[in-house]
Design a binder for this molecule. Structure first.
Ligand code: E4P
Length: 220
């Protein structure tokens, strides 16, 4: 399973990269705004900076703002031309499916975002999306079952032989990561704190403290 970090914060991306476990980055307009990145030039430069940090061969999702086919295509082509790591992130709407089909024909990678149902997953796969982003946290927020959605999509994609990768998004905590892995996600995109949360276990801390104390006593 691939690990992406879900942020536009360069320090968080660097920290995840330094761990040596980072396979890619996802961003969205809200995450860019949170970092105070605005204006076309600054946004494009920020994507270039992210690509530079993660290095070659790691997918970086950059989301289009346009909601019409022509606008999405123009924006997506500009984003894709920035760096070979760029994956064009397109919302799951009618014009978005048209744009994903177009980008697929052009050999441009896509990430179909804002996915909340199995039906949407089938359509995105048919259009040739490279990644599919079901938002598990937002599904849980309305007391539906986000992990259940990943399982359902996994079962369908397995059945139809889909080549679209299931990218579990809107991850809120380390348990979501474990559950997404069990449910068959190909990729998890997580805030840095959810990734770091995977490290925690009190028995690890206690065990390490005891090892160090015993070593110190024996070598005093
Ligand atoms: C990433 O691709 C998504 O845009 C992101 O995971 C959404 O997360 P949120 O639901 O926490 O905003």
């Amino acid at each position: 399973m691939l690990f992406f970090v879900d942020t536009a914060n360069l320090d968080h991306i660097r920290e995840a990269q330094d761990l040596g476990i980072l396979d890619g980055v996802t961003t969205n307009p809200s995450l860019m705004a949170k970092e105070g990145i605005s204006g076309e030039k600054n946004i494009l430069n920020h994507y270039k900076e992210i690509c530079k940090i993660v290095g070659d061969g790691k997918d970086v999702s950059a989301e289009v703002i346009a909601v019409d086919f022509k606008g999405m295509v123009e924006e997506g082509q500009k984003l894709a031309a920035l760096h070979e790591n760029i994956v064009v992130k397109v919302p799951m709407i009618k014009e978005g499916i048209k744009a994903i089909s177009y980008f697929t024909e052009q050999g441009i990678k896509t990430n179909c975002t804002l996915v909340f149902s199995a039906g949407q997953a089938i359509l995105a796969s048919k259009a040739g999306a490279t990644y599919l982003s079901p938002f598990i946290g937002r599904v849980d927020d309305i007391t539906w079952d986000g992990i259940g959605l990943i399982k359902e999509i996994y079962e369908i994609y397995d059945q139809i032989g889909s080549e679209t990768a299931i990218l579990a998004a809107s991850i809120r905590n380390p348990l979501h990561i474990v559950q997404a892995a069990k449910a068959g996600a190909d990729v998890v995109t997580c805030p840095l704190n959810a990734i770091l949360g995977l490290l925690n276990h009190p028995l690890t801390d206690q065990g390490l403290q005891k090892f160090l104390e015993d070593h110190q006593k024996a070598n005093a």
